[in-house]
Design a protein around this ligand. Structure first.
Ligand SMILES: Cc1cc2nc3c(=O)[nH]c(=O)nc-3n(C[C@H](O)[C@H](O)[C@H](O)COP(=O)(O)OP(=O)(O)OC[C@H]3O[C@@H](n4cnc5c(N)ncnc54)[C@H](O)[C@@H]3O)c2cc1C
Length: 473
Protein backbone atom coordinates (compact mmCIF):
# COMPACT_ATOMS: atom_id res chain seq x y z
CA UNK A 1 0.00 0.00 0.00
CA UNK A 2 1.24 3.49 -0.89
CA UNK A 3 0.20 6.76 0.78
CA UNK A 4 0.11 9.69 -1.64
CA UNK A 5 -0.34 13.14 -0.15
CA UNK A 6 -1.26 16.13 -2.31
CA UNK A 7 -0.92 19.69 -0.99
CA UNK A 8 -3.34 22.07 -2.71
CA UNK A 9 -6.75 21.40 -4.28
CA UNK A 10 -6.38 23.79 -7.22
CA UNK A 11 -6.19 22.97 -10.94
CA UNK A 12 -3.07 20.82 -10.68
CA UNK A 13 -3.69 19.13 -7.30
CA UNK A 14 -7.29 18.27 -8.08
CA UNK A 15 -6.33 16.84 -11.50
CA UNK A 16 -3.60 14.71 -9.86
CA UNK A 17 -6.04 13.45 -7.19
CA UNK A 18 -8.62 12.41 -9.81
CA UNK A 19 -6.07 10.52 -11.92
CA UNK A 20 -4.53 8.78 -8.90
CA UNK A 21 -7.93 7.65 -7.69
CA UNK A 22 -8.97 6.51 -11.17
CA UNK A 23 -5.85 4.47 -11.83
CA UNK A 24 -4.85 3.12 -8.41
CA UNK A 25 -6.58 0.35 -6.49
CA UNK A 26 -8.34 0.98 -3.15
CA UNK A 27 -5.38 -0.46 -1.24
CA UNK A 28 -3.55 2.82 -1.94
CA UNK A 29 -4.41 5.95 0.01
CA UNK A 30 -4.81 9.41 -1.55
CA UNK A 31 -4.94 12.36 0.86
CA UNK A 32 -5.63 15.99 -0.02
CA UNK A 33 -4.46 18.83 2.23
CA UNK A 34 -6.17 22.14 1.43
CA UNK A 35 -7.02 25.05 3.74
CA UNK A 36 -10.45 25.74 2.23
CA UNK A 37 -13.54 23.52 1.92
CA UNK A 38 -14.21 24.53 -1.70
CA UNK A 39 -12.59 24.35 -5.13
CA UNK A 40 -12.52 27.63 -7.06
CA UNK A 41 -12.46 27.82 -10.85
CA UNK A 42 -10.16 30.86 -10.87
CA UNK A 43 -10.59 32.00 -14.53
CA UNK A 44 -14.23 32.94 -13.85
CA UNK A 45 -13.17 35.37 -11.08
CA UNK A 46 -12.79 37.93 -13.86
CA UNK A 47 -16.61 37.97 -14.09
CA UNK A 48 -17.08 37.92 -10.32
CA UNK A 49 -14.79 40.97 -10.12
CA UNK A 50 -17.18 43.14 -12.15
CA UNK A 51 -20.36 41.76 -10.58
CA UNK A 52 -21.39 39.78 -13.68
CA UNK A 53 -21.19 36.37 -11.96
CA UNK A 54 -22.36 35.36 -8.49
CA UNK A 55 -19.37 34.39 -6.28
CA UNK A 56 -20.66 30.86 -5.61
CA UNK A 57 -20.88 29.98 -9.33
CA UNK A 58 -17.16 29.19 -9.86
CA UNK A 59 -17.01 27.14 -6.62
CA UNK A 60 -18.03 23.73 -5.33
CA UNK A 61 -17.66 21.79 -2.06
CA UNK A 62 -14.73 19.36 -2.08
CA UNK A 63 -15.90 16.97 0.64
CA UNK A 64 -18.78 15.29 -1.28
CA UNK A 65 -16.46 14.78 -4.27
CA UNK A 66 -13.79 13.22 -2.08
CA UNK A 67 -16.33 11.03 -0.26
CA UNK A 68 -17.51 9.73 -3.63
CA UNK A 69 -13.99 9.17 -4.97
CA UNK A 70 -12.42 7.75 -1.80
CA UNK A 71 -9.99 10.60 -1.19
CA UNK A 72 -9.11 11.53 2.39
CA UNK A 73 -9.48 15.27 3.04
CA UNK A 74 -7.55 17.28 5.62
CA UNK A 75 -8.71 20.88 5.76
CA UNK A 76 -5.53 22.60 6.92
CA UNK A 77 -2.48 24.52 5.80
CA UNK A 78 0.69 22.57 5.11
CA UNK A 79 3.39 24.40 7.07
CA UNK A 80 6.44 22.13 6.88
CA UNK A 81 7.62 19.28 4.71
CA UNK A 82 10.01 16.78 6.30
CA UNK A 83 11.35 14.89 3.28
CA UNK A 84 13.75 12.61 5.22
CA UNK A 85 11.06 11.45 7.63
CA UNK A 86 8.36 11.67 4.91
CA UNK A 87 5.70 13.69 6.62
CA UNK A 88 3.90 17.02 6.19
CA UNK A 89 3.22 19.15 9.25
CA UNK A 90 -0.21 20.76 8.93
CA UNK A 91 -2.07 23.38 10.94
CA UNK A 92 -5.84 23.77 10.88
CA UNK A 93 -7.87 26.94 11.49
CA UNK A 94 -7.90 26.27 15.26
CA UNK A 95 -4.08 26.07 15.31
CA UNK A 96 -4.11 22.29 15.75
CA UNK A 97 -1.05 20.64 14.22
CA UNK A 98 -0.87 17.18 12.68
CA UNK A 99 1.84 15.04 11.09
CA UNK A 100 0.59 13.53 7.83
CA UNK A 101 2.83 10.67 6.67
CA UNK A 102 3.43 9.98 3.00
CA UNK A 103 5.27 7.68 0.64
CA UNK A 104 4.81 10.10 -2.29
CA UNK A 105 4.19 13.84 -2.11
CA UNK A 106 2.79 16.30 -4.64
CA UNK A 107 3.31 20.00 -4.00
CA UNK A 108 0.46 21.71 -5.87
CA UNK A 109 0.22 24.83 -3.75
CA UNK A 110 -0.08 27.42 -6.54
CA UNK A 111 1.22 30.94 -5.93
CA UNK A 112 1.84 32.93 -2.79
CA UNK A 113 0.39 36.31 -3.81
CA UNK A 114 3.30 38.50 -2.81
CA UNK A 115 1.56 41.81 -2.15
CA UNK A 116 4.32 42.58 0.37
CA UNK A 117 6.71 42.88 -2.62
CA UNK A 118 5.15 46.25 -3.56
CA UNK A 119 4.38 48.72 -0.76
CA UNK A 120 0.69 49.62 -0.65
CA UNK A 121 -0.39 46.91 -3.11
CA UNK A 122 -3.46 44.73 -2.62
CA UNK A 123 -6.83 44.95 -0.95
CA UNK A 124 -5.88 43.52 2.46
CA UNK A 125 -3.10 45.91 3.48
CA UNK A 126 -3.07 48.38 0.60
CA UNK A 127 -5.41 50.30 -1.68
CA UNK A 128 -5.39 48.46 -5.02
CA UNK A 129 -7.59 45.49 -5.88
CA UNK A 130 -6.84 41.92 -7.04
CA UNK A 131 -8.93 39.16 -8.66
CA UNK A 132 -6.52 36.32 -7.84
CA UNK A 133 -8.77 34.60 -5.28
CA UNK A 134 -12.48 34.64 -4.45
CA UNK A 135 -12.10 36.87 -1.40
CA UNK A 136 -10.21 39.46 -3.48
CA UNK A 137 -12.55 39.17 -6.46
CA UNK A 138 -15.51 40.07 -4.20
CA UNK A 139 -13.62 43.08 -2.82
CA UNK A 140 -12.69 44.13 -6.39
CA UNK A 141 -16.37 43.83 -7.40
CA UNK A 142 -17.48 46.07 -4.50
CA UNK A 143 -14.83 48.68 -5.24
CA UNK A 144 -15.62 48.59 -8.97
CA UNK A 145 -19.38 48.97 -8.36
CA UNK A 146 -18.62 51.93 -6.08
CA UNK A 147 -16.81 53.55 -9.03
CA UNK A 148 -19.81 52.70 -11.23
CA UNK A 149 -22.09 54.50 -8.75
CA UNK A 150 -19.89 57.59 -8.92
CA UNK A 151 -20.02 57.52 -12.72
CA UNK A 152 -23.81 57.25 -12.55
CA UNK A 153 -23.77 60.45 -10.51
CA UNK A 154 -21.78 62.09 -13.32
CA UNK A 155 -18.27 61.82 -11.85
CA UNK A 156 -15.35 60.82 -14.08
CA UNK A 157 -13.32 57.81 -12.91
CA UNK A 158 -9.76 56.76 -13.67
CA UNK A 159 -9.47 52.98 -13.96
CA UNK A 160 -6.07 51.34 -13.94
CA UNK A 161 -5.47 47.62 -14.62
CA UNK A 162 -2.29 45.59 -15.10
CA UNK A 163 0.69 44.28 -13.13
CA UNK A 164 1.67 45.56 -9.70
CA UNK A 165 5.29 44.38 -9.67
CA UNK A 166 8.25 44.37 -12.07
CA UNK A 167 8.27 40.58 -12.20
CA UNK A 168 4.53 39.85 -12.07
CA UNK A 169 2.91 37.31 -14.39
CA UNK A 170 -0.74 36.55 -15.34
CA UNK A 171 -1.07 39.46 -17.80
CA UNK A 172 -3.77 37.40 -19.58
CA UNK A 173 -6.07 37.61 -16.54
CA UNK A 174 -5.52 41.36 -16.24
CA UNK A 175 -6.15 41.76 -19.97
CA UNK A 176 -9.41 39.90 -19.62
CA UNK A 177 -10.43 42.08 -16.70
CA UNK A 178 -9.73 45.38 -18.48
CA UNK A 179 -11.66 44.37 -21.61
CA UNK A 180 -14.58 43.17 -19.47
CA UNK A 181 -14.63 46.50 -17.62
CA UNK A 182 -14.68 48.35 -20.94
CA UNK A 183 -17.61 46.29 -22.12
CA UNK A 184 -19.49 46.47 -18.83
CA UNK A 185 -19.28 50.27 -18.92
CA UNK A 186 -20.42 50.33 -22.56
CA UNK A 187 -23.49 48.27 -21.54
CA UNK A 188 -24.22 50.60 -18.63
CA UNK A 189 -23.92 53.64 -20.92
CA UNK A 190 -21.05 54.93 -18.76
CA UNK A 191 -18.01 54.34 -20.95
CA UNK A 192 -17.58 58.09 -21.59
CA UNK A 193 -17.25 58.62 -17.83
CA UNK A 194 -14.16 56.41 -17.49
CA UNK A 195 -10.56 56.79 -18.52
CA UNK A 196 -9.21 53.24 -18.71
CA UNK A 197 -5.49 52.51 -18.64
CA UNK A 198 -3.26 49.42 -18.90
CA UNK A 199 0.02 49.44 -16.97
CA UNK A 200 2.35 46.49 -17.28
CA UNK A 201 5.85 45.09 -17.07
CA UNK A 202 5.70 43.61 -20.58
CA UNK A 203 8.54 44.58 -22.94
CA UNK A 204 5.94 44.95 -25.73
CA UNK A 205 2.18 45.18 -25.69
CA UNK A 206 0.77 41.66 -26.20
CA UNK A 207 3.85 39.97 -24.74
CA UNK A 208 1.68 38.28 -22.05
CA UNK A 209 4.75 36.79 -20.37
CA UNK A 210 5.26 34.40 -23.29
CA UNK A 211 7.42 36.66 -25.45
CA UNK A 212 4.41 37.60 -27.63
CA UNK A 213 2.66 35.39 -30.17
CA UNK A 214 2.88 35.34 -33.97
CA UNK A 215 0.22 33.70 -36.14
CA UNK A 216 -0.23 33.23 -39.87
CA UNK A 217 -3.47 34.50 -41.33
CA UNK A 218 -4.27 34.79 -45.06
CA UNK A 219 -0.55 34.43 -45.80
CA UNK A 220 0.44 37.29 -43.46
CA UNK A 221 2.21 36.99 -40.13
CA UNK A 222 0.30 38.81 -37.43
CA UNK A 223 1.93 39.74 -34.11
CA UNK A 224 0.09 39.85 -30.79
CA UNK A 225 1.53 43.35 -30.38
CA UNK A 226 -0.46 44.72 -33.34
CA UNK A 227 -3.47 42.62 -32.29
CA UNK A 228 -3.44 44.22 -28.84
CA UNK A 229 -2.76 47.71 -30.21
CA UNK A 230 -5.82 47.52 -32.42
CA UNK A 231 -7.94 46.07 -29.57
CA UNK A 232 -6.89 48.86 -27.21
CA UNK A 233 -7.37 51.52 -29.92
CA UNK A 234 -10.87 50.21 -30.62
CA UNK A 235 -11.74 50.22 -26.91
CA UNK A 236 -9.94 53.50 -26.19
CA UNK A 237 -7.68 51.94 -23.58
CA UNK A 238 -4.48 53.91 -22.94
CA UNK A 239 -1.39 51.92 -22.13
CA UNK A 240 2.03 52.10 -20.59
CA UNK A 241 4.34 49.09 -20.67
CA UNK A 242 7.96 48.31 -19.59
CA UNK A 243 7.08 49.56 -16.10
CA UNK A 244 7.51 48.25 -12.61
CA UNK A 245 5.05 49.49 -9.99
CA UNK A 246 7.21 50.62 -7.07
CA UNK A 247 4.58 51.83 -4.61
CA UNK A 248 0.82 52.24 -4.41
CA UNK A 249 -0.87 55.07 -2.55
CA UNK A 250 -4.56 55.73 -2.00
CA UNK A 251 -4.99 57.63 -5.25
CA UNK A 252 -1.77 57.11 -7.22
CA UNK A 253 0.69 54.48 -8.36
CA UNK A 254 4.43 55.16 -8.53
CA UNK A 255 6.27 53.47 -11.37
CA UNK A 256 9.79 53.13 -12.74
CA UNK A 257 10.44 52.11 -16.34
CA UNK A 258 13.15 50.38 -18.37
CA UNK A 259 14.91 53.69 -19.03
CA UNK A 260 15.08 54.31 -15.29
CA UNK A 261 12.50 57.13 -15.45
CA UNK A 262 10.03 57.45 -12.60
CA UNK A 263 6.50 58.78 -12.54
CA UNK A 264 3.01 58.54 -11.11
CA UNK A 265 -0.41 57.57 -12.42
CA UNK A 266 -3.56 58.67 -10.61
CA UNK A 267 -6.43 56.24 -10.18
CA UNK A 268 -9.87 55.89 -8.61
CA UNK A 269 -9.99 52.13 -9.09
CA UNK A 270 -6.92 49.96 -9.67
CA UNK A 271 -6.63 46.18 -10.14
CA UNK A 272 -2.98 45.18 -10.23
CA UNK A 273 -1.69 41.58 -10.22
CA UNK A 274 0.99 41.02 -7.54
CA UNK A 275 4.26 39.18 -7.94
CA UNK A 276 3.79 35.41 -7.62
CA UNK A 277 6.12 33.49 -5.32
CA UNK A 278 6.12 29.90 -4.12
CA UNK A 279 3.84 29.01 -1.20
CA UNK A 280 5.32 29.74 2.24
CA UNK A 281 6.39 26.17 3.03
CA UNK A 282 9.40 25.23 5.12
CA UNK A 283 11.44 22.14 4.25
CA UNK A 284 13.17 20.53 7.24
CA UNK A 285 15.72 17.70 7.28
CA UNK A 286 15.93 14.89 9.85
CA UNK A 287 18.25 16.96 12.08
CA UNK A 288 15.77 19.82 12.19
CA UNK A 289 17.74 22.01 9.76
CA UNK A 290 15.84 24.33 7.42
CA UNK A 291 16.73 23.07 3.91
CA UNK A 292 14.20 25.24 2.02
CA UNK A 293 16.98 26.99 0.05
CA UNK A 294 18.20 23.60 -1.27
CA UNK A 295 14.77 22.54 -2.49
CA UNK A 296 13.40 25.79 -3.89
CA UNK A 297 14.56 28.70 -6.06
CA UNK A 298 14.87 32.21 -4.53
CA UNK A 299 11.18 32.82 -5.32
CA UNK A 300 10.18 29.78 -3.24
CA UNK A 301 9.13 27.59 -6.21
CA UNK A 302 10.11 23.94 -5.85
CA UNK A 303 13.08 22.81 -7.93
CA UNK A 304 12.27 19.80 -10.08
CA UNK A 305 14.01 18.17 -13.04
CA UNK A 306 14.71 21.38 -15.01
CA UNK A 307 18.17 22.76 -15.79
CA UNK A 308 18.41 25.89 -13.70
CA UNK A 309 20.67 28.96 -13.69
CA UNK A 310 21.24 29.14 -17.44
CA UNK A 311 21.04 32.52 -19.17
CA UNK A 312 17.72 33.30 -20.89
CA UNK A 313 19.33 33.35 -24.35
CA UNK A 314 20.88 29.89 -23.78
CA UNK A 315 17.71 28.14 -22.58
CA UNK A 316 16.77 25.11 -24.65
CA UNK A 317 13.64 22.98 -24.76
CA UNK A 318 15.43 20.20 -22.87
CA UNK A 319 16.09 22.59 -19.94
CA UNK A 320 12.37 22.74 -19.10
CA UNK A 321 11.16 20.22 -16.50
CA UNK A 322 9.68 17.03 -17.94
CA UNK A 323 8.71 14.71 -15.05
CA UNK A 324 8.37 17.36 -12.28
CA UNK A 325 10.29 15.14 -9.86
CA UNK A 326 12.57 16.61 -7.20
CA UNK A 327 16.20 15.73 -7.96
CA UNK A 328 16.98 15.38 -4.24
CA UNK A 329 13.95 13.44 -3.04
CA UNK A 330 12.65 11.18 -5.80
CA UNK A 331 9.28 10.65 -4.10
CA UNK A 332 8.50 14.39 -4.21
CA UNK A 333 6.91 16.15 -7.19
CA UNK A 334 5.61 19.66 -7.89
CA UNK A 335 2.81 20.57 -10.32
CA UNK A 336 1.14 23.74 -11.60
CA UNK A 337 2.48 27.07 -10.41
CA UNK A 338 4.41 25.37 -7.57
CA UNK A 339 7.29 24.08 -9.73
CA UNK A 340 10.24 26.32 -10.57
CA UNK A 341 10.58 27.16 -14.27
CA UNK A 342 14.18 27.32 -15.56
CA UNK A 343 13.78 30.98 -16.53
CA UNK A 344 11.44 33.44 -18.18
CA UNK A 345 9.90 32.90 -21.64
CA UNK A 346 9.72 36.63 -22.24
CA UNK A 347 13.05 38.48 -22.50
CA UNK A 348 14.22 39.65 -19.04
CA UNK A 349 15.40 43.23 -18.42
CA UNK A 350 17.06 45.11 -15.56
CA UNK A 351 17.13 48.91 -15.75
CA UNK A 352 20.14 51.10 -14.90
CA UNK A 353 18.95 51.36 -11.27
CA UNK A 354 18.90 47.58 -10.91
CA UNK A 355 15.08 47.27 -11.10
CA UNK A 356 14.09 44.00 -12.73
CA UNK A 357 11.30 44.47 -15.28
CA UNK A 358 10.43 41.03 -16.61
CA UNK A 359 7.10 39.42 -17.40
CA UNK A 360 7.67 36.06 -15.71
CA UNK A 361 6.28 32.83 -17.22
CA UNK A 362 2.60 32.09 -16.76
CA UNK A 363 1.68 28.55 -15.82
CA UNK A 364 -1.84 28.58 -17.11
CA UNK A 365 -4.72 26.33 -16.14
CA UNK A 366 -3.90 24.04 -19.04
CA UNK A 367 -0.24 23.67 -17.98
CA UNK A 368 -1.37 23.18 -14.36
CA UNK A 369 -3.81 20.43 -15.37
CA UNK A 370 -1.28 18.68 -17.62
CA UNK A 371 1.47 18.73 -14.97
CA UNK A 372 -1.05 17.44 -12.40
CA UNK A 373 -1.79 14.47 -14.66
CA UNK A 374 1.91 13.88 -15.45
CA UNK A 375 2.97 13.74 -11.79
CA UNK A 376 0.08 11.38 -10.96
CA UNK A 377 1.13 9.05 -13.80
CA UNK A 378 4.77 9.17 -12.72
CA UNK A 379 3.88 8.26 -9.14
CA UNK A 380 1.83 5.34 -10.46
CA UNK A 381 4.91 4.25 -12.45
CA UNK A 382 7.01 4.32 -9.26
CA UNK A 383 4.39 2.41 -7.26
CA UNK A 384 4.57 -0.21 -10.03
CA UNK A 385 8.35 -0.41 -9.58
CA UNK A 386 9.24 1.59 -12.71
CA UNK A 387 11.07 4.86 -13.33
CA UNK A 388 8.83 7.89 -14.05
CA UNK A 389 8.09 7.55 -17.79
CA UNK A 390 5.67 10.43 -18.36
CA UNK A 391 7.24 13.58 -19.75
CA UNK A 392 5.61 16.80 -20.84
CA UNK A 393 7.60 20.02 -20.96
CA UNK A 394 6.11 23.49 -21.33
CA UNK A 395 7.90 23.48 -24.71
CA UNK A 396 5.55 20.63 -25.68
CA UNK A 397 2.28 22.00 -24.30
CA UNK A 398 -0.23 24.24 -26.04
CA UNK A 399 -1.33 27.45 -24.37
CA UNK A 400 -4.48 29.50 -24.70
CA UNK A 401 -5.45 32.96 -23.55
CA UNK A 402 -9.13 33.46 -24.18
CA UNK A 403 -9.83 36.92 -22.82
CA UNK A 404 -13.59 37.29 -22.70
CA UNK A 405 -14.59 40.83 -23.61
CA UNK A 406 -18.25 40.24 -22.93
CA UNK A 407 -19.70 37.04 -21.49
CA UNK A 408 -23.10 37.14 -23.29
CA UNK A 409 -23.70 34.02 -25.41
CA UNK A 410 -25.74 36.05 -27.95
CA UNK A 411 -23.64 39.12 -28.58
CA UNK A 412 -20.56 38.29 -26.51
CA UNK A 413 -17.01 38.44 -27.70
CA UNK A 414 -13.56 37.22 -26.74
CA UNK A 415 -10.01 37.83 -27.87
CA UNK A 416 -8.59 34.35 -28.39
CA UNK A 417 -4.85 33.79 -28.58
CA UNK A 418 -3.80 30.17 -29.05
CA UNK A 419 -0.17 29.08 -29.18
CA UNK A 420 1.92 25.97 -29.50
CA UNK A 421 4.09 25.49 -27.57
CA UNK A 422 3.71 27.82 -24.56
CA UNK A 423 7.45 28.05 -23.92
CA UNK A 424 9.25 28.82 -27.17
CA UNK A 425 11.33 26.08 -28.78
CA UNK A 426 13.79 27.53 -31.33
CA UNK A 427 15.28 24.11 -32.08
CA UNK A 428 12.03 22.87 -33.59
CA UNK A 429 10.71 26.24 -34.79
CA UNK A 430 13.83 28.31 -35.60
CA UNK A 431 12.04 31.45 -36.86
CA UNK A 432 9.45 32.22 -34.20
CA UNK A 433 9.95 29.51 -31.57
CA UNK A 434 6.39 28.30 -32.21
CA UNK A 435 4.33 26.54 -34.85
CA UNK A 436 2.72 29.35 -36.87
CA UNK A 437 0.20 27.00 -38.45
CA UNK A 438 -1.20 26.16 -34.98
CA UNK A 439 -0.96 29.65 -33.45
CA UNK A 440 -4.15 31.63 -33.82
CA UNK A 441 -5.48 35.08 -32.91
CA UNK A 442 -9.01 36.25 -33.37
CA UNK A 443 -11.75 38.38 -31.82
CA UNK A 444 -15.30 37.11 -32.02
CA UNK A 445 -18.38 35.42 -30.61
CA UNK A 446 -16.88 31.89 -30.90
CA UNK A 447 -14.30 32.73 -28.21
CA UNK A 448 -17.07 33.92 -25.86
CA UNK A 449 -18.83 30.58 -26.31
CA UNK A 450 -15.62 28.62 -25.73
CA UNK A 451 -14.90 30.63 -22.57
CA UNK A 452 -18.37 29.98 -21.14
CA UNK A 453 -18.28 26.29 -22.10
CA UNK A 454 -14.84 25.93 -20.47
CA UNK A 455 -16.30 27.20 -17.17
CA UNK A 456 -19.00 24.50 -17.18
CA UNK A 457 -16.79 21.71 -18.55
CA UNK A 458 -13.92 22.27 -16.14
CA UNK A 459 -16.13 22.42 -13.08
CA UNK A 460 -17.79 19.20 -14.31
CA UNK A 461 -14.35 17.60 -14.73
CA UNK A 462 -12.96 18.82 -11.41
CA UNK A 463 -15.97 17.27 -9.64
CA UNK A 464 -14.95 13.88 -11.06
CA UNK A 465 -18.35 13.46 -12.74
CA UNK A 466 -18.88 10.52 -15.16
CA UNK A 467 -16.56 10.75 -18.19
CA UNK A 468 -14.40 13.48 -16.55
CA UNK A 469 -11.18 12.04 -17.95
CA UNK A 470 -12.47 12.46 -21.54
CA UNK A 471 -12.31 16.24 -21.05
CA UNK A 472 -8.73 17.22 -21.86
CA UNK A 473 -6.70 19.25 -19.39
C1 LIG B 1 -8.04 35.97 -12.44
C2 LIG B 1 -7.34 34.83 -13.10
C3 LIG B 1 -7.81 34.38 -14.32
C4 LIG B 1 -7.20 33.31 -14.94
N1 LIG B 1 -7.67 32.89 -16.15
C5 LIG B 1 -7.13 31.83 -16.75
C6 LIG B 1 -7.63 31.35 -17.99
O1 LIG B 1 -8.56 31.91 -18.56
N2 LIG B 1 -7.05 30.25 -18.53
C7 LIG B 1 -6.02 29.61 -17.93
O2 LIG B 1 -5.54 28.61 -18.45
N3 LIG B 1 -5.50 30.04 -16.75
C8 LIG B 1 -6.03 31.13 -16.16
N4 LIG B 1 -5.53 31.58 -14.98
C9 LIG B 1 -4.41 30.83 -14.37
C10 LIG B 1 -4.93 29.62 -13.59
O3 LIG B 1 -5.90 30.02 -12.66
C11 LIG B 1 -3.74 28.97 -12.88
O4 LIG B 1 -2.87 28.51 -13.89
C12 LIG B 1 -4.13 27.79 -12.03
O5 LIG B 1 -5.06 28.15 -11.04
C13 LIG B 1 -2.89 27.21 -11.37
O6 LIG B 1 -3.22 26.02 -10.75
P1 LIG B 1 -2.41 25.50 -9.47
O7 LIG B 1 -2.98 24.18 -9.15
O8 LIG B 1 -0.97 25.60 -9.73
O9 LIG B 1 -2.71 26.56 -8.32
P2 LIG B 1 -4.09 27.02 -7.70
O10 LIG B 1 -5.22 26.79 -8.64
O11 LIG B 1 -3.84 28.40 -7.21
O12 LIG B 1 -4.30 26.04 -6.45
C14 LIG B 1 -3.44 26.01 -5.36
C15 LIG B 1 -4.16 25.43 -4.17
O13 LIG B 1 -3.22 25.20 -3.12
C16 LIG B 1 -3.75 25.68 -1.90
N5 LIG B 1 -2.63 26.00 -1.00
C17 LIG B 1 -1.76 27.02 -1.07
N6 LIG B 1 -0.87 26.96 -0.07
C18 LIG B 1 -1.19 25.87 0.66
C19 LIG B 1 -0.64 25.27 1.82
N7 LIG B 1 0.42 25.78 2.45
N8 LIG B 1 -1.23 24.15 2.31
C20 LIG B 1 -2.31 23.60 1.69
N9 LIG B 1 -2.85 24.13 0.58
C21 LIG B 1 -2.30 25.24 0.07
C22 LIG B 1 -4.56 26.90 -2.32
O14 LIG B 1 -5.49 27.27 -1.31
C23 LIG B 1 -5.23 26.36 -3.59
O15 LIG B 1 -6.39 25.64 -3.28
C24 LIG B 1 -6.09 32.68 -14.34
C25 LIG B 1 -5.59 33.14 -13.12
C26 LIG B 1 -6.20 34.23 -12.51
C27 LIG B 1 -5.64 34.74 -11.20
Amino acid sequence: MARIVIIGAGFSGQTAALYLRKKLGDEHQVTMINPWPRFTYIPSLVWVGIGRMEPDKPMFELEPVYDKMGIEFKMAWAREIHPDEQYVLTEDKHGKQEKVDYDYLINATGPHLNFEGTPGLGPDHGTSQSICNIHHAKMARDAYLESVKRMEKGEKQKILVGTGHGTATCQGAALEYITNIHNDLVKRGLRNKAQIMWLSNEPKLGDLGVGGVSAKKHGYIMQSESFMKSLFAEQEIYYQIQSSVQKVEKDKVHWENLQGEQGEIEYDFAMLIPQFQGARLKYVDRDGNDITAKLTNPGGFMLVDGIYEKKWEDLKSSDWPATYQSPLYKNMFAAGIAFAPPGPISQPFVNKNGVQITATPPRTGMAAGITGRVVAENIIDMINGKEPSHHERMTEMPGACIASINKSVWNGSAASILMYPVAKDYERYPDYGRDLSTNHMEIGLAGAWVKRILHTMFIYKMKGNPGWSLIPE
